[in-house]
Design a protein around this ligand. Sequence first.
Ligand code: PGA
Length: 250
Amino acid sequence: MSKQSYFFANWKMYLDFDEANILANAIAAEHKKFPDHVKMAIFPNALSLYSAGQVLNDVGIAVGGQNVFWEDKGGYTGEISATMYKAAGCEYALVGHSERRHQFHETNHEVRQKMQAILEAGLTPVLCVGETKEERVAGKTDEVIETQLRSAFHELSWPAEKGLIVAYEPVWAIGTGEACDPNEAERLHALMKKMLNELAPGTLPILLYGGSVRPENVFDYLKQPDINGVLVGGAATKLESFMSILSNIK
Ligand code: PGA
């Protein structure tokens, strides 16, 4: 029997309202081909999330928000809270994605605040961590991941029964076509697993790899013992490659 695997798709800002809804419908139309052992979730842009989510939920695909604000309500122009995402039908929320950290200067402290809001709203976080090329070259990969994980859980006791997903996404591998060597990804997943044992005891976290995942390499990650699934950006924004990734999850 195949092991339970996770295929999470981050559509970022690649698709507009119509494109996101068209792709959601096209994916839903293929639902007879969905394997039972793969749990899927899609992160559409905030405007498409509700309509695309209704179509996707009907065929067993969950949806999530790409970014949440830590306050619940108030004068925060342009922001959307975790509780609002939850009310719109989300099960998950991405937090600390490297594009948020590096392009929008999101700090470890802000990531920690978002983790709390996600927990309180009853969503499951997909916490993203990963090093830049410069940090890797300087031999700081493990240290960066440890710091990002430690600060995300700083004075936050994660209830053992709550879901917890952590994605290792090296910044240099995202959207570049330069995927991380699967053995190196496994090494870092094992490190994360060990750390999470200490930071969020009893939670049995799900660990994902993200960064230039394609139909040709998806199974190289999934066959590693500590990698439970993948978080896919670009290759999940077209029906053909989305379905081709899915069919390669054995
Ligand atoms: P990519 O993005 O698959 O396009 O590299 C992954 C991600 O940012 O989650």
